[in-house]
Design a protein around this ligand. Structure first.
Ligand code: AP5
Length: 215
């Protein structure tokens, strides 16, 4: 099964992608995580995109598409995968279409002011990638990852000003993909204002709906 988890910054894509990946046994492929990993390792790609990420703008389509092509060709993607944060431009959507036929695009919808609060309060584990929120999803011990015990950090692009810029970029360059996928009959809207489990339940229902139609 090939799924796309779609939505504005901090809608909960990563949180839900991790849960869906566990539930269905398919890898989560997050372009944001891949890029942040390059930045942390100071690779040539990381050096190229660090400023772009910190400014809340989008990375170059050709580089992102190449990264996805390489990732989906790995053996663990044989039975499907979950794309988180890709595609994000019309150009990326067309490139994806050349690569494969996605089964479902899960569109998580959340009010913009809620998104800012979710982003600013987010904390992540730089070691295992777990995602927390100081208010909505706190770790058991403040500032420490429940899963691996590492100190949690705040992402450089989660400052309020940068979050607002990311939301603007989303509206201009990414939101038009909603109608593109809706017109293909592939898009399901998900109410992202519910709690984490409430959103997950809707996502599972949507995925099960598609699984039933498969041979
Ligand atoms: P990326 O990492 O993809 O960032 P994003 O799309 O802005 O999404 P986020 O990671 O901010 O949020 P999310 O939706 O995953 O929410 P999360 O689950 O963490 O990309 C970062 C950057 O990389 C981009 O700005 C761009 O520069 C570049 N990039 C990436 N992909 C690219 C591409 N394809 N093309 C070009 N450039 C690209 O949740 C957020 C917070 O809310 C957490 O604290 C969480 O605990 C909390 N939360 C989650 N769900 C709920 C809920 N239901 N109720 C309450 N709190 C919740």
């Amino acid at each position: 099964m090939k799924l796309v988890i779609f939505g504005p910054p901090s809608a909960g894509k990563g949180t839900q992608a991790q849960k869906l990946s566990k539930r269905y046994g398919i890898p989560q492929i997050s372009t944001g995580d891949l890029l942040r990993d390059h930045v942390a390792r100071k690779t040539p790609i990381g050096m190229k995109v660090k400023e772009i990420l910190d400014a809340g703008r989008l990375g170059p389509d050709d580089l992102i598409v190449q990264m996805i092509k390489e990732r989906v060709s790995q053996p663990d993607c044989r039975d499907g995968y979950l794309l988180d944060g890709f595609p994000r431009t019309m150009n990326q959507a067309r490139e994806l279409e050349k690569m494969t036929d996605v089964d479902l695009v899960l569109n998580i919808m959340v009010d913009p002011e809620v998104l800012v609060e979710r982003a600013v309060g987010r904390r992540i584990c730089p070691k295992c990638g777990a995602v927390y929120h100081v208010k909505f999803n706190p770790p058991k011990r403040q500032g420490i990852c429940d899963k691996c015990g590492s100190p949690l950090i705040q992402r450089d692009d989660d400052k309020e000003e940068t979050v607002r810029r990311r939301l603007k970029v989303y509206q201009e360059q990414t939101a038009p993909l909603i109608e593109y996928y809706r017109s293909k009959g592939k898009l399901v809207d998900i109410d992202g204002s519910k709690g984490i489990e409430g959103v997950f339940e809707q996502l599972v229902n949507a995925v099960e709906g598609v699984r039933k139609t498969r041979p």
